[in-house]
Unconditional design. Structure first.
Length: 228
């Protein structure tokens, strides 16, 4: 039996939304702890965190609206499953914009720590590819049927590969610098080790997530055996 459009499009979207809401709860706790403990940080940094948190909140809200509107409000309307939606395309645009902003911030932090312009340039270039890919995918999704999503392989691959490379370079450069200079701050060894563990764990999670999405994209793009 052939898979329904909802299984191929809204199904993965719903799974991703479930994971995103869980991580949104973690982010909310982190934002609360940040503003509770670090009250003397510069105004621009605190403003950036507020803007990113509000953007992520809006992203979750429109994702919930999209999946409810598609699967509940228009229940049984198969044509609606394949029609584009402003919420669906806005989700892709916001995802790329948020990750791009965070990656550029970390590029600045890497420069402050290492003063290595080549590493920073690599991060910025990969981040720009991430943003450009998400923007291109957003424009394409806004002007075509969702049934043609597998045809957006170049845009989505550029988006995901740019994102994962930027995150990997950020994680690797921070780990390399902290391990190299840890001996100069013996009193902060436990703190630096904790930062190293967090950096590695975050990089691994991001890499696994992007590899999974690339795998799903390849499956849709190059096909798979028909369902029985």
């Amino acid at each position: 039996m052939a898979a329904s459009p909802a299984q191929n499009i809204q199904g993965p979207f719903f799974i991703g939304l479930t994971m995103n809401i869980f991580l949104y709860g973690v982010t909310t706790m982190q934002v609360y702890l940040y503003f509770t403990k670090y009250k003397i940080d510069s105004l621009w940094l605190r403003t950036l965190i507020v803007i990113l948190y509000l953007a992520e909140t809006f992203n979750c809200a429109i994702s919930i609206y999209y999946i409810y509107n598609t699967l509940v409000t228009h229940f049984g309307d198969e044509a609606n499953l394949l029609s584009g939606s402003w919420a669906f395309t806005a989700d892709a645009l916001l995802t790329g914009a948020i990750s791009g902003a965070v990656q550029h911030f970390f590029a600045w932090r890497v420069y402050v720590l290492t003063e290595n312009v080549f590493i920073v340039a690599a991060i910025v270039l990969c981040s720009l590819a991430n943003v450009a890919g998400s923007l291109s995918a957003t424009i394409s999704m806004a002007t075509t049927s969702l049934a043609l999503l597998p045809n957006l392989g170049i845009e989505v691959t550029t988006w995901l590969v740019g994102a994962v490379l930027a995150d990997m370079i950020i994680a690797a450069s921070l780990v390399w610098h902290l391990k190299k200079h840890k001996q100069f701050y013996p009193a902060l060894t436990s703190t630096i080790n904790r930062i190293l563990r967090t950096t590695i764990q975050t990089g691994v999670l991001t890499t696994i997530s992007c590899y999974f999405r690339l795998g799903v994209l390849s499956d849709h793009q190059f096909g798979h055996p028909p369902d029985i």
